[in-house]
Design a protein around this ligand. Structure first.
Ligand code: NOJ
Ligand code: NOJ
Length: 622
């Protein structure tokens, strides 16, 4: 097993944080210490006072302090919402000092919802809410990205609803209704309008329908509808919940949940951590195991967990898992075909696997029985050899029920022990660790989401559960046949929470076209004096497309929705292939145009016909 390596790295860990620790640091003491380190690590990445992220605005959660290889110095809607959900949980469990972070986040999100970005705007059709990431000061990010991503609004609503329910319990319904609900309503409108539209998955790579996204969308609509009725307000979008629930069931292929569907093409198996992280983010300790919300203890979800984990046992995929027994935890990553940083185990996913098992064990304990059916038999056999199909009730100390629950917790601990082995002595958690010995941390350092995942795992391990949300009666039954529908949303700036009172922007599409002969590997960008052109900051310039480029006509183009009537100064820049300095145009005067008045169409209303003026690039042959 992992004992030798475990002991040596534990000694190192102990040396780093507490010189007097015994060598054989148990999972218990690792979790106790690392819980605090992880919480502080997450807080250090949140503006305005986070020590690792100078420049981040109040309430903005930065994904990681890393600015190069990879540059994660942005605020992602998903990472932020999951982190805030964790902080709200901690707050409810007694960390009252976290309230200012929560209040800052709510204010920041109210403002962010109004920021027009490459996915669109808030007003009109809400499209801007699907933007996955922003600069850490809350301004738009113009670079190429997998957009839109439709999990963000759902996750943000879930985090803010949890806090809102607490405020209501403290007699602050008016604040929730007048200040916070408008933020939630925007997000739920987006979910109700776009749950059936394709978008990029949580790994930002494939565009289609994604299990994690659908599952969180369902939760957000159910919780939103409950909150709306408490407040006595309508919830636009919430009536889509049964349709989303119906769709959620469709990811099951008889053996596992296929993480991404409705893709253009795929060469992937669909086995993906997406389907393990989803159930833990909708976990409700009181929910029934057969709830169609697909909780950790659901038999299909358990079967899926086994398929997922077993995939990574293959030592040709992850050599560091070689020799670990089939009944013990292993290092797990995003999906077997992953090539990002060569495809490695992730801390937040290995911790998620542990959390998943603590969740399931807690649900069995809460209900006092475990049902093993033909679908989940393989999963249970790993925990309790020779178990057969049937229902096992809690009765005496040595009964199968207890053995199964204890074995699930022991199995969970073995995933934590893997993370312990690969955690450096100062307790910091990166995004990934190398799939071959010695399992060195890699990719983004001090990843906020890794820290948050440690905290939620530690909460569940300690028997701390977030408030329940799954309806106990069948208020939301699974419809007999699924309907692909959409409710048009209502979108308005949450001004009482601090959002600027934006008005329906009148925009016109401008197509910038420039002829610029480039060498293979060189790119052309558009920059200018407006925020949509990146305010002359090249890090935020608009990438142009070369799909019309030919030998006769070396055309680069990009279409940008711009504020109607606005005078604009702009120009083009070349980005070289080996990190050489950018090359600017050399013009006697900047290029200018005035954006035409808007009409009601999405047509291009002005097209430029420019020719690159200035030096050409030289390949760096890197
Ligand atoms: C950055 C994304 O965040 C990551 O998930 C992805 O794997 C890489 N880009 C490569 O597409
Ligand atoms: C890459 C991950 O794939 C994505 O899920 C995450 O949002 C970003 N990194 C930022 O952490």
């Amino acid at each position: 097993m992992y004992s030798t390596r475990l002991l040596s790295s534990l000694a190192a860990f102990a040396a780093g944080v507490a010189a007097d620790w015994p060598q054989d640091v148990s999972v218990d003491s690792f979790v106790a210490t690392e819980h605090g380190i992880a919480l502080q690590g997450a807080l250090a990445n949140i503006g305005p006072n986070g020590s690792q992220v100078p420049g981040a605005g109040a309430g903005f959660v930065v994904a990681s302090p890393s600015k190069v290889n990879p540059n994660y110095f942005y605020t992602w809607s998903r990472d932020s919402a999951l982190t805030l959900k964790t902080l709200v949980d901690e707050f409810l469990f007694g960390s009252k000092a976290l309230q200012t972070y929560i209040e800052d986040y709510i204010h920041a999100q109210a403002v962010l919802q109004t920021v027009t970005n490459p996915s669109g705007s808030l007003l009109g059709s809400g499209l801007g809410l699907g933007e996955p990431k922003f600069n850490v000061d809350g301004t738009r990010f113009n670079g190429n990205w997998g957009r839109p991503q439709r999990d963000g609004p759902a996750l943000r609503a879930i985090a803010i609803i949890e806090y809102s329910n607490w405020l209501i319990s403290q007699g602050q319904s008016d604040k929730v209704k007048n200040v916070i609900w408008p933020i939630i309503q925007n997000d739920l409108s987006y979910v109700g309008q776009y749950w059936n539209s394709t978008g990029f998955d949580l790994w930002e790579e494939t565009s289609g329908s994604s299990f994690f996204t659908t599952q969180n969308q369902y939760r957000s609509l159910v919780e939103g509808s409950t909150l709306a009725s408490v407040l006595g307000v309508p919830c636009t979008g919430c009536s889509e919940a049964p349709n989303v629930l119906c769709f959620l069931q469709s990811y099951w292929n008889g053996e596992y949940m296929v993480a991404n569907t409705n893709l253009q093409t795929t060469s992937r198996s669909g086995i993906d951590a997406n389907t393990v992280l989803g159930p833990i983010s909708v976990f409700d300790v009181d929910a029934a195991c057969d709830s169609p919300s697909l909780q950790p203890c659901h038999s299909r979800v358990l079967a899926n967990f086994k398929v997922f984990v077993d995939t990574f046992r293959d030592p040709s995929l992850y050599p560091i898992n070689a020799g670990l027994p089939a009944t013990s935890g292993v290092a797990v990553g995003r999906y077997p075909e992953d090539v990002y940083y060569n495809g490695n185990p992730w801390y937040l996913i290995t911790l998620g696997a542990a959390e998943f098992l603590y969740d399931a064990a807690a649900q069995w304990s809460r209900q006092g029985f475990v049902t093993v059916d033909p679908t989940s038999l393989g999963f249970f056999n790993d925990l309790y050899p020779n178990v057969t199909v049937g229902t096992y009730k809690r009765c005496k100390k040595s009964d199968p029920f207890r053995k199964i629950v204890d074995a699930a917790r022991t199995y969970a601990d073995s995933f934590v022990a893997i993370v312990q082995t690969y955690t450096p002595s100062n307790g910091t958690l990166s995004e990934q660790f190398l799939k071959t010995a010695p399992g060195t941390p890699l990719s983004a350092n001090a990843l906020t989401w890794s820290f948050a995942s440690f905290v939620t795992m530690a909460q569940r391990r300690a028997g701390q559960f977030p408030p329940s949300w799954v309806p106990t009666n069948t208020t939301v039954p699974v419809p007999g046949s699924c309907v692909a529908s959409s409710t048009p949303g209502v979108y308005a700036p949450a001004t009482a929470a601090g959002a600027p009172n934006v008005t329906q922007g009148c925009t016109s599409n401008v197509m910038f076209v420039v002829n610029a002969t480039t060498y293979y590997g060189e790119n052309v960008y558009l920059t200018g004096n407006t925020t949509d052109l990146g305010s002359w900051n090249l890090d935020n310039a608009q990438p142009m497309l070369a799909s019309n480029y030919t030998g006769e006509r070396p055309e680069w183009f990009v279409t940008v929705a711009m504020t109607a009537g606005e005078p604009v100064t702009y120009g083009y820049v070349r980005q070289e292939n080996c990190g050489q300095p950018w090359i600017w145009e050399q013009l006697a005067q900047n290029r200018t145009l005035v954006v035409p008045a808007c009409g009601n169409s999405t047509a291009v209303r002005l097209q430029t016909d420019d020719a690159w003026t200035g030096p050409t690039g030289q390949s760096g042959n890197c």
